[in-house]
Design a protein around this ligand. Structure first.
Ligand code: PAF
Length: 281
C-alpha cells in the first residue's frame, strides 16, 4: 500500500497508473468496521485492476471553535494497518499546512441543503466539508467516491456539490454499519463511557419504532418526531433534533407521492454528539 503525504507525491503516484478506475473513500481516520465496509465496497467496485484510494485527514475547517478537533482520535499506524487489511492501494494523508497553505482563501458554499439539521447546529461545518472534499477530489481525481449513509446530510450535500459543479465523479452512498445492539458505528463512539454506550442504543430503537409507525400508515411527521424524542429522552440523551424529512430536499416531511422519507436524529450523551438516520423504503 502506497502512502502519500503530499499532493505532489500523490500526483506522481496518480500519473504512474495505467488503470483509469479509481474508487475513493475520504475519511478522517480513527477507522472502524464501518469504514472497512466502504473500503471493501471500493475494492469490489475497483476489481483487481482498479485502484482503491483512501484519505486520512482530520479537516480543521469543518470543526467549530468549541468542537473536538484537538481531541479527535488519530491512531495513524492502526488506521494504516486496517486500510492495508481492507486492501486499499494508496492512502493520502496530508498535513493541515499541505491542504491549507497560508493564503488559502476560497471555500465552497454548501447551498440551502446545508442550512438545516447539522448545518444549523454546527455553523460552517458543511462549508468546511464541501471545501475539503472538493480539494481532495481535485487531488485524487477518482472515478467514484464512496460515502457512508450515516452522515446522511453530508452525502446529500456532497452529491449535490458534485452535480452542481460538474465534477466528473460518481457519488455512491453505502449503508450504515451497526453494532449488535443497533448503534451506528462511529469514530466518536469511543468517547462514550460504558454507561453512556449502553444507553446509546435508544437512538436506533426510536428510529426503528418510528419506521414501524410509518410503515403502519402514520404520515404525520409531528407524531413520528414526538415518539422519537420521547424514547430518546427517556434513555437520558439530550435530543438536538429528531425529524422526518424528505430525503432529497431535507425539508420536513409531508406526504407527497413518490418521495422517500428519512428519519434523522442528533442527540448528545454528555459531551459526545451522536447522529443516525433511517431511510424508509
Ligand atoms: O465524514 C467524514 O469523515 C468527513 O466529513 C470527510 C467526508 C472525510 C471530510 O472531511
Amino acid at each position: 500500500m502506497h502512502i502519500c503525504k503530499t499532493i505532489s507525491e500523490f500526483r506522481k503516484f496518480r500519473c504512474s497508473l495505467t488503470e483509469s478506475k479509481i474508487i475513493f473513500v475520504p475519511t478522517m481516520g480513527a477507522l472502524h468496521e464501518g469504514h472497512g465496509s466502504l473500503v471493501q465496497m471500493a475494492r469490489q467496485l475497483a476489481g483487481s485492476n482498479g485502484v482503491v484510494a483512501a484519505s486520512i485527514f482530520v479537516n480543521p475547517t469543518q470543526f467549530g471553535p468549541n468542537e473536538d478537533f484537538h481531541k479527535y482520535p488519530r491512531p495513524f499506524e492502526q488506521d494504516l494497518a486496517n486500510l492495508s487489511r481492507w486492501q486499499a492501494d494508496v492512502v493520502f494523508s496530508p498535513s493541515p499546512e499541505e491542504m491549507y497553505p497560508v493564503g488559502t482563501s476560497t471555500s465552497i458554499d454548501p447551498g440551502p441543503l446545508g442550512d438545516s439539521l447539522d448545518g444549523a447546529i454546527r455553523p460552517g461545518h458543511f462549508r468546511g466539508v464541501c471545501t475539503v472534499v472538493a480539494k481532495l477530489l481535485g487531488i485524487v481525481e477518482p472515478t467514484a467516491m464512496i460515502l457512508g449513509q450515516k452522515d446522511f446530510q453530508q452525502q446529500r450535500i456532497l452529491r449535490q456539490m458534485a452535480m452542481d459543479l460538474n465534477m466528473p465523479v460518481e457519488v455512491i452512498t453505502a449503508p450504515t454499519m451497526r453494532e449488535p445492539d443497533g448503534v451506528a458505528m462511529s469514530s466518536r463512539n469511543r468517547y462514550l463511557s460504558p454507561d453512556q454506550r449502553a444507553r446509546a442504543g435508544a437512538i436506533y430503537q426510536a428510529l426503528c419504532r418510528a419506521q414501524d409507525q410509518y410503515r403502519s400508515g402514520m404520515r404525520e411527521s409531528a407524531v413520528l418526531q414526538a415518539g422519537m424524542i420521547e424514547q430518546i429522552t427517556q434513555a437520558g440523551l439530550e435530543v438536538q433534533y429528531a425529524l422526518a424529512c424528505h430525503a432529497e430536499t431535507l425539508v420536513p416531511y409531508t406526504e407527497t407521492a413518490g418521495t422517500p422519507c428519512v428519519l434523522l436524529v442528533a442527540a448528545r450523551l454528555g459531551t459526545t454528539r451522536l447522529i443516525d438516520n433511517l431511510l424508509i423504503s
